[in-house]
Design a protein around this ligand. Structure first.
Ligand code: GLP
Length: 234
């Protein structure tokens, strides 16, 4: 694993943008895997303000809540529209279809999308419990797209985006660990001391499903882009 640490989240986002920019300049971003959450917002802002053009690229998002329409302001679809696609449209953008309750159909369809669009660069955040996408602790490393019941800690952490915690969906569709590991390159961003323990376990801990991100130790091209707080336990 390559680890880049910057003093602030802003500086780290700039480093992440430099990686994206470099790949885009060399036409190596035909398919971009995207993440939601607050962590990539600085990166997305820099992309919005850049002159990069994704109109010939495809995006695939990591996950989506079950039960929300793409037009729902709390959906990840809406989030991406607001923070990236409105300014930088892609040729095509894919999400697991959160509006469809038929998990077998949705996950099969999304695995087909991923098979047809191998990811050049996957952007990841990380949960405080080491989850990536919505792959909570205990998820098999062999998993492909699947439906997950969110853990109480993830529901609590994501409640800040909702008016009250009861509105946070209890289920999500997410790319699996194997889907993420199939990406050619991965950058994982983590900012703030609440991520420090997860980063420490991801980098120095055993590779175990108890810490889903620890599997990244086995990926050939992973860069962690951290601020000092997230790196403080390394
Ligand atoms: C959610 C998302 C993850 C994200 C995580 C951390 O659980 N499914 O993809 O990495 O939140 O969010 P944040 O970046 O806001 O800390």
């Amino acid at each position: 694993m390559k680890i880049i640490t910057e003093k602030t989240a802003t500086a780290a986002s700039a480093r992440a943008f430099a990686i994206v920019n470099e790949l885009a300049q060399h036409d190596q971003l035909k398919v971009m895997g995207l993440a939601t959450g607050s962590t990539p917002l600085g990166l997305y802002k820099l992309i919005r303000e850049s002159d990069l053009d994704f109109s010939h690229s495809t995006s695939v998002n990591l996950d989506e809540y079950v039960g929300l329409q793409p037009t729902d302001p709390q959906s990840y679809h809406y989030f991406m529209q607001e923070h990236l696609f409105s300014a930088k449209p892609f040729k095509e953008s894919f999400f697991p279809d959160g509006a469809n309750p038929d998990a077998a159909a949705v996950t099969k369809e999304y695995d087909q999308v991923l098979a047809q669009h191998p990811i050049d660069l996957q952007v990841l955040g990380i949960g405080q419990n080491g989850h990536i996408g919505f792959n909570e602790p205990g998820t098999s490393f062999d998993s492909h797209t699947h439906r997950v019941a969110l853990t109480e800690s993830t529901i609590a952490a994501n409640a800040r985006f909702f008016d009250n915690p009861d509105q946070v969906p209890r289920y999500a569709y997410t790319m699996g660990i194997a889907s993420i590991m199939a990406a050619k390159r991965i950058i994982l961003l983590a900012f703030g001391e609440e991520k420090a323990a997860a980063i420490q376990q991801t980098v120095n801990g055993p590779v175990t499903p108890a810490v889903p991100a620890s599997i990244l130790q086995r990926h050939p091209d992973v860069t962690l882009v951290l601020d000092e707080e997230a790196a403080s336990q390394l």
